[in-house]
Ligand binder design. Structure first.
Ligand SMILES: [Fe+2]
Ligand SMILES: [Fe+2]
Length: 288
């Protein structure tokens, strides 16, 4: 097991989201300074940097296979979906001086923004559940195995991934099976054949894959894959079908990044609508 300092370099999981927002500000908006997001400074940035140092060092091909072996048993917990959303919400960070948003509020704001734009109900539901996989933190996983930009393992790491220099600490960078452009993959082999770094995206995809329309599954599985959906660094392993489906990932991303508002949604008012949506598409309980 990793030592305690390596479990939680981020004082809040949201620090990662805020960092993504700094890197990819809303179109037409000037890049915001960190003071505009938060009224505290460098500890947060240092935490994000340390978080990526650990993420890039430990997200190896073998780590991904081991995490899949463990978590794709779905033998940790079983509960109704709404209860699982509340369980996720027990993941409380204590360092949000101004934007006191918990996990459920981020999910409701994302979903409500999608709903307000008149998208199909499965798209709204996707917004509502897309981060449920962060319950991995409640199962004792370190932050670097739950959040952060995701990227393929088993081939060369793109230098467009945030903090690429930290991949120098990843043993896969020196493994000749993995450190070429294609690594263990082949030209346009399709992402379904590619192992992504482990985290909340892949985990929730595996939980929902039998229940939601394919575009929803792409949004869930690849929403943190910024080096592809923003930088197009892995076109050589995406299939033509992946490229088509990534239009949905692109559609989803702004709701995830830019729907944050300090006005908290009223959970009790929204609960009946989301309970109905869950009942329409998902089984009674979720196996985590
Ligand atoms: Fe996410
Ligand atoms: Fe999110």
């Amino acid at each position: 097991m990793k030592n305690k300092d390596e479990m939680s370099p981020l004082s809040s999981l949201e620090d990662w989201d805020d960092d993504v927002l700094r890197r990819y500000p809303e179109a037409g908006q000037p890049a915001k300074t960190k003071e505009e997001f938060r009224n505290y400074d460098s500890p947060e940035i240092d935490g994000v940097r340390e978080f990526y140092r650990l993420n890039h060092k430990y997200q190896t091909y073998d780590n991904v296979l081991a995490k899949k072996e463990n978590f794709l048993q779905f033998d940790k917990k079983e509960m109704p979906w709404w209860a699982a959303m509340e369980y996720l919400n027990t993941l409380i960070d204590d360092s949000d001086p101004d934007l006191q948003l918990d996990q459920l509020q981020h999910l409701l704001q994302t979903a409500e923004a999608i709903r307000a734009d008149g998208h199909p109900d499965w798209f709204v539901l996707t917004g509502f559940i897309h981060d449920l996989g962060k319950v991995l933190c409640l199962f004792g996983e370190p932050q670097w195995n739950v959040v952060g930009d995701t990227f393929p393992v088993g081939c060369k790491f793109s230098d467009k991934i945030v903090y690429p220099e930290f991949f120098a600490d990843n043993p896969d960078s020196y493994d000749e099976r993995f450190n070429t452009k294609y690594g263990v993959y082949s030209h346009q082999c399709g992402l379904d054949n590619v192992n992504m770094s482990w985290g909340h995206d892949e985990y929730l995809y595996q939980i929902t894959k039998d229940y939601l329309p394919e575009p929803a599954l792409y949004m869930i599985r690849y929403h943190s894959f910024y080096s592809q959906h923003r930088e197009h660094e892995y076109d050589h392993i995406l299939s033509a079908h992946d490229q088509e489906m990534f239009k949905w990932v692109d559609k989803f991303n702004p709701y995830d990044l830019y729907s944050k508002s300090p006005k908290p949604p009223v959970v009790s008012e929204l609960k009946p609508y989301y309970e109905d949506l869950i009942a329409k598409y998902l089984p009674l309980t979720v196996k985590l």
